[in-house]
Design a protein around this ligand. Sequence first.
Ligand SMILES: *Cc1c(COP(=O)(O)O)cnc(C)c1O
Length: 368
Amino acid sequence: MKVPLLDLQAQFRAVEADLRAAIDRVLISQEYILGSECEALEKEIAAFCGTTHGVGVSNGSDAIVAALMTAGIGSGDEVIVPTFTFFATAGCVARVGAKPVFVDILPDTFNIDPGAIEAAITPRTRAIIPVHLYGQCADMDRIMAIAERHQLLVIEDTAQAIGATFRARPAGSFGVAGTISFYPTKNLSAIGEAGMVVSSDDAFATRLRQIRNHGQSERYFHHYIGGNFRLDGIQAAALRVKMTKLVGWTDGRRRHAARYNERMAKSDVTTPVVRAECRHVYHQYTIRAPRRDALRACLSEAGIGAGLYYPLPLHLQPCFEYLGYRKGQFPVAEKASEDVLSLPIFPEMTEAQQDHVISTILGFYRGS
Ligand SMILES: *Cc1c(COP(=O)(O)O)cnc(C)c1O
């Protein structure tokens, strides 16, 4: 039996007819860039995220870049980011000319350690980008309190956490902006590149709409230097189809997670720790596994896909060598990169597939 890490074919079959109709709508309207499907999607996503504005953009990385540019962050500024995340969180800070300042993570949730943030703040610090890693919110109580105390902006990297909540409040609604990715592997996915920035700050959203389109306020009059961060109409139409399924898909992920938790409770692996304040949406179901690489090879041999997010923390990436970080500086993140393994958890996964994953893992440790 094969159990891929993610089976997009299964999702496609469930929405195929509606997707084709949605693409047809765009072809007939010829609204290829922004347009009515984008505007409708922006309203739907903003409402879902508990914000007053949604601004559709080209992808989740550009969402971060556009939010930073809208905040006027650039050369000479510092932005605090966790070192254990997808590259874009820090790469986008560098792309606008600012300096990423790395902070270690917590060993249980893998999210940024709020207790380590204040020591990283300098007079040049402008913002914090917490990442809601794997689909569970970072500690937004403490992060917002620190940001307020030091007058810093918070931009939530919500790429992996659409629909997650912290104290019943949606991910992306805490900071001045939440950035979302609709990359095809994310919980809500486009059929190509797409992203969104959500915000409840009217002035920020107005400026962001201009930044998204080369900083233009009216046609060919540019108040800011922005970029082409526009959302594609076909992507918006496809996302609106899938949006109607998101709640059900997330329930499916959560059901699979509960079953993994129960079946592996007494095993050698550490199942995900969910904070009481959090509703986890399981973009990834990430365990800590002794002898992780051997387990991964064993799973692969059994036809099971497993993901490694992430094998090298960002402070040790060659491209960030100029920042002067050393190995050993963020031990929690470094240890996590050696231990973590993400298991298949797509909504359409069958019980038989999940049983195969669980029995392979239990068998691996029994045999050793
Ligand atoms: C996927 C992802 C991004 C980038 O999104 P893209 O749409 O691929 O550009 C940024 N941050 C995190 C944490 C992600 O997982």
